[in-house]
Design a protein around this ligand. Structure first.
Ligand code: TNX
Length: 511
């Protein structure tokens, strides 16, 4: 035997005898951390021969899982649709109507040595559970052999704390096209975010085609902060975004901000202005200087048309009507305006969401107040029976700088480091708000200073992971000291996803 052959034989023997790394499912760096995890102590070896089984109702989700696992391992997995051998090997997806306690989005993941079962009562739960499974697949195979990816055995039972876990993208101040928004949807869905709020109109740009008022986009969509070319979604583009989001169990909430933040609309149609004169397009970053003409009938005809067309594009329950910072609308005009717009939203079969100022109006119980600045407005809303989405600017505004040295973003509400974004309790933030009053959390990204996808990613990641955990995980499993370790371990995963994230010094990032 040649020396090199002996050397290889010895190395192979050594590799076979080296104990595999310990495997403890409860130590997995999952974000958001699940409700309950038990450890089996063994391994499921994912490999090219592993088959994924799905009933016909879950075929699309089976395909999604195959694509996800293939992207993670570069192995071509097979999907079998139908009723597989109930005792067979492989990864089995199933719906079980007898597990109502899992709710609309919960799932159970049972990982044994030869078989993985992902069970949910609804398809959304299978999607959420697939994200957990994706995070359990190691980035490198056992012994770098490219043959086995070991997943620790055990069980995970999981469901969300809050029904609404959102992210907002401001596509008005700077416009982001369909491919960027699709990537944004993929990235947020990976952490079990289930609502994408699109801020579609503001002073600087109107971004959604409205067929009955075409100048909103041909004029109002022409520019952006800084004077760049702007842009807008055609209704077909928008339908494509809605479809893409739906396939990832993300509901899009469209926002048309009014009566303030409306310069782009006012510039597009002179008749929307009280003086009948269209102002020029605006490319600065001031707020609070524009208003629709609240005592003119044409204003409500305009809003009815916009809401009708938007509602027809929106399968989700909510339409967001803005309502913030209407500094040049008198409160005595603002209140009847919001009341009337709420009626219009109802006429078109939707529930209204508004920034917290809308709580000055007479809210119906189906309406939702998005708390960003004034806690008393949140309470004003709940005292009328409305629910609240928590978006406290000093904790979840993704356009706030991390610290004074990070270059993107603003700091009017706070500098928000990664620990500050995580280390607070939605349950106790606003004294007087009950758990039942809180629909959930949303993290807005305003884009005055944000012009590229790389900028978006830098401000969103990793803070959104912390918000995702605050929205999904039960209070008992949330803990900064442990979260910090899980987040650090996520660095190679975020890199593998090509995410340009902020490497906070408060986290020990894995290499
Ligand atoms: C306040 S938050 C605004 C936005 C700005 C943001 C910048 C809110 C409801 N209004 O118009 O873009 O601050 O951080």
């Amino acid at each position: 035997m040649q020396k090199t052959t002996i050397l290889f034989a010895l190395l192979a023997l050594l590799a076979a005898c080296t104990p595999l790394p310990p495997t403890d499912l409860s130590q997995a760096s999952l974000i958001p951390y699940p409700v309950a995890v038990t450890t089996g102590g063994e391994r499921f070896a994912l490999q090219a021969q592993t088959t994924i089984y799905a009933p016909p109702a879950l075929e699309a989700l089976g395909t999604y899982l195959v694509e996800t696992l293939t992207a993670a391992t570069r192995q071509p997995f097979a999907l079998e649709v139908g009723s597989p051998d109930p005792a067979g090997k492989g990864i089995h997806l199933a719906l079980d109507a007898n597990q109502p306690e899992l709710g609309a989005e919960g799932y159970q993941l049972t990982i044994a040595e030869k078989r993985i079962d992902l069970v949910a009562s609804q398809p959304a739960g299978i999607f959420r559970g697939s994200q957990t499974l994706r995070q359990l697949v190691p980035l490198v195979s056992r012994d770098s052999s490219n043959r086995y990816w070991d997943i620790p055995t055990g069980t995970i039972t999981d469901y969300p704390h809050y029904a609404y876990r959102g992210a907002m993208l401001d596509v008005s101040r700077h416009f982001f096209g369909v491919p960027d928004v699709k990537r944004f949807i993929d990235l947020i869905a990976a952490f079990k975010i289930n609502f994408l709020h699109l801020h579609l109109a503001d002073d600087q740009g109107w971004r959604i085609e409205i067929k009955s008022w075409p100048q909103l986009t041909t004029i109002g969509g022409r520019t952006a902060v800084g004077g760049g070319p702007g842009g807008f979604y055609t209704q077909d583009d928008y339908r494509e975004l809605v479809r893409y989001a739906q396939a990832r169990f993300v509901t899009i909430v469209p926002e048309i901000d009014m009566p303030g933040h409306t310069n782009a609309a006012l510039a597009s149609y002179p008749e929307l202005n009280c003086n009948g004169i269209a102002p020029p397009l605006y490319t600065g970053t001031e707020v609070g200087f524009s208003t629709l003409c609240t005592d003119q009938e044409i204003t409500y005809q305009f809003i009815d048309d916009v809401v009708r067309e938007l509602a027809a594009l929106t399968p989700g329950p909510y339409l967001h009507i803005g309502g913030d910072e209407s500094h040049v609308t008198d409160l005595e005009d603002y209140i009847p305006f919001i009341n009337r717009v709420q009626e219009i939203v109802h006429t078109h079969g939707k529930q209204m969401i508004g920034w917290d100022e809308v709580a000055h109006a007479s809210l119906s119980k189906s309406s939702v107040v998005q708390y960003w600045a004034q806690a008393e407005n949140a309470l004003r809303g709940t005292s009328q029976g409305a629910k609240v989405i928590l978006s406290p600017a000093h904790k979840v505004y993704l356009d706030m700088q991390y610290d004074s040295t990070t270059h993107l973003g603003l700091h009017w509400a706070a500098y928000i480091e990664v620990d500050s974004a995580y280390n607070w309790s939605p349950e106790t933030l606003v004294p007087g708000l009950n758990e039942d009053d809180i629909l959930g959390l949303e993290s807005p990204l305003w884009t005055e200073t944000v012009t590229t996808m790389a900028d978006i990613e830098y401000l969103v990641f990793p803070r959104l992971l912390g918000h995702a955990e605050l929205g999904w995980s039960p209070v008992a499993v949330r803990n900064w000291a442990q979260y910090r370790v899980r987040l650090g371990a996520h660095a190679p995963r975020l890199e593998a996803m090509g995410i340009n994230f902020y490497r906070s010094k408060r986290v020990d990032w894995a290499r």
